[in-house]
Design a protein around this ligand. Structure first.
Ligand code: ZN
Length: 149
């Protein structure tokens, strides 16, 4: 069993982490990327942790949607779209799965395994079986397309 990197969102082998990287949940590849790149990813992930994504956050997201790095731009565009239709964190994922399937499908791949592992570990409710089924179907559909990065 590997370890997750909270920046690239991948579960990676233990040898992909330094001692410090293990503690910080940042793999060696991401640790080697520029600090500015890591800061932007952290900033973007933080928006999703907030109970609400404000209009002011929306202005910031618009700027990040112009970022030169395609990975940051894709994540910023995803979060800006989420903020437009569901700024509140509460019930966001099930509501998007029901009402905005294409956006939900983008979430299933762009947010990465680590994000989803954390999400599912908080939800062991049997009522969520339908959500898990939709998540699996969305991921399977996405894999048929090209990798976004
Ligand atoms: Zn990484």
């Amino acid at each position: 069993m590997g370890h997750y990197c909270r920046l690239c969102g991948q579960i990676r082998a233990n040898e992909k982490f330094s001692g410090r990287g293990h503690r910080d949940h940042v793999c060696r590849d991401c640790a080697q990327r520029p600090a500015a790149w890591r800061d932007r990813l952290e900033e973007l992930h933080h928006f999703l942790e907030q109970s609400n994504i404000s209009a002011r956050n929306g202005d910031r997201l618009k700027i990040l949607c112009q970022h030169h790095d395609p990975e940051i731009r894709a994540l910023a565009e995803l979060i800006a779209d989420i903020a437009r239709v569901h700024p509140r964190k509460r019930r966001r994922v099930p509501n998007l799965a029901r009402r905005h399937p294409p956006l939900f499908a983008r979430m299933t791949t762009l947010l990465g395994d680590a994000w989803w592992d954390a999400f599912w570990s908080d939800r062991l409710d049997l009522d969520d079986e339908w959500l898990y089924a939709r998540w699996e179907a969305a991921r399977a559909g996405n894999r048929a397309d090209e990798n976004p990065f």
